[in-house]
Design a protein around this ligand. Sequence first.
Ligand code: BGC
Length: 768
Amino acid sequence: MGVPIAMGGFSFKCTLVTVARLIGVPGLLFSVGVTAALSQQPAASPSAVSAEWRDTSLPAERRADLALAAMSRAEKLQLVFGYFSTQAPWMISATKNFVAPDAGRVNSAGYVPGIERLGIPALWETDAGEGVATQRSPNPRERTALPSGLALAASWDRQNAFAGGAMIGNEARLSGFNVQLAGGVNLLREPRNGRNFEYAGEDPLLAGTIVGFEIQGIQSNHIISTLKHFAFNDQETNRGTIDVAIDETAARESDLLAFQIANEIGKPGSVMCSYNRVNGAAACENDWLLNQVLKADWRFKGYVMSDWGAVRSTVEAAKAGLDQESGWAFDASAYFGGALREALNYGHVDQSRLDDMACRILFAMFANGLFDNPILGDQSAQINFSAHASVTRSAAEDSIVLLKNDDLLPLKSSLKTIAVIGGHADKGVLSGGGSSQVYPIGGLAVPNEGPKDFPGPMVFYPSAPMKALQSRSSATITYADGNDLDAAAGLASRSDIAIVFATQWAAESLDLPNLDLPNGQDALIAAVAKANPRTIVVLETGGPVFMPWLSQVGAVLEAWYPGTSGGEAIARILSGEVDPSGHLPATFPASLSQLPRPQLDGDAKLDEDAHPSTNYNVEGAAVGYKWFDKRALTPLFPFGYGLSFTRFDLGGLSAEPAGEGIRVSLSVRNVGKVEGKAVVQAYVGRESGSWEAPKRLGSFDKVELAAGESKSITLDIDPLLLATFDPSSKKWLIEPGDYKVIVGQSATDVAASTTVHLDFRELEIGRH
Ligand code: BGC
């Protein structure tokens, strides 16, 4: 919270202007008036500027206040308006005549000029959560890519997420960026969503925790990370126009809970509002989302930046809580450019609101060290790519999920011949497309694939699983590209074992038509498995897919998009050098008819004037496994599922009320012959009551165990997962009664369960 300070006879807390207005605290309301009065003073002249805000011993709030007080209105306006930093040919229209600013980083997402007079640094913005992206090739930045966001969530490993974030944040800083547009946490409500690979799955606790730790890692480099796309941007079809209907309780207990948890853990400097509408209002001019939920209830002190092209107005957006327009000239007009200046002149927007916008941006910059640890331009020569290759490889190893294994894996050393089929496994591994696209060192392993323009190209990273496997095996490994089914089946029949690599490319702006593997790969796998039942399938997909051939094959590994060292990671798991320890962060449905929306709402062919809508109240907060539980549906693979080359037993369960939640104690033992990592999950359920579904994930941990080793662990159930949101009192309420605690290694596994009685409790709406 801001510390009131004396400035020229006035006292104010700039970061609380919006909150004050909303919650109507008299003392804070006074501060609004004062801010407005102060801002009518002329800005201090350079000589009068004492630059007290440079004092690193002062809290960030106070430094922001001090810097703000020295700024002219024109300077504040400059800070709230960002530019695209790529010369996109389609933006050079007669009306926009866009020229990418020289001082931006070439082919990057964004740039906000600094204010030299006051020593306020520029903001150089880059995508995204997998690493430092490039907007347009040719000549992209070549950087390290983590496995996809969904893969990071499949690791169920907080340290892994932090380490990955710290690594990509380091590359961002050394590439000349101080804002990383990471932190995608939209829930996997729709398995066909083309951006699921950028997000962290279907469960609010898992997604919020993993993304929160990744943000912490990024920001440990003294740069800002975003948390995005706020909110309910859970499909790409009609993303700019679709109106999502969702009731407040369901909203708070699902997607918003993921954002709330990620915000608490990660403390991102900025939150990016999304393209879609929510309950009628565009997300970037949505008073409920921005002013009430984010800024008042969660006491978010940073700034809200728009997604690129997501602003629809000046006055409404400013009043609803948008603090910075991004990526001009994506928007139809320069809403926070000249139009905001006019709106201020005519009193349609209060000067205090502009102060609040600028102050929030300054706060995020001070809080994350942007003033004290300036970006020194392009220092990419200093990036330690070989160390970073190990970070991404180990992240991938932690995230790969073994879904089936009839004793084919790890590969036996007695194998003489191995057929590797399809997926360009002789050349590399796939990545997801769109603005998050990281280009690898060494260029594209498979050029000229996928669309030429956005969201293409289709990028394969030059980390070939086949090559990495060959270096670990004395068998003769032969490749077939899989285009000719007979040739592939023939090779498989002549080999001791066949490994089919199947890919599914997903990308921003496009949803998947269905969950089938594209380009006849299901038929390829069936033909190979028929020729040789000792067939292993390695999937490189953006999210869940169907597996009509499942009963015919001997083993399945879900490798997601495994990042720039993905081929090595896959080979190390296939060969048994590493035990697979990923668990699904999302339910794999058995059919589209099991989904809340068997058919996706909206239509990619609709024009901009159409008003498509989608009703999230169908499932409400019962997203993913919660929907499957509630409807007693059997998925192909449940949430939380994942095998290992060893086995873990859970036992000695006890649970008791502790603090506002429940403390669960148990022991986990590795009962197999190799070391491995168990993913222990604690679910909570109400015997009766008003929950959206029979149970919720309440806590989890990943535990490393040597063969035969046993450990005692405690899992604290987050009180929010025991509560229901009551919109009338604006409180989270824990109803009195019995709560079931179930521990297991997936959402359908019940290793042990017990009951805990809780008394009635009210929880604060936001915690800090
Ligand atoms: C995406 C954002 C991204 C921005 C800047 C938009 O198209 O939705 O996630 O950060 O572009 O590249």
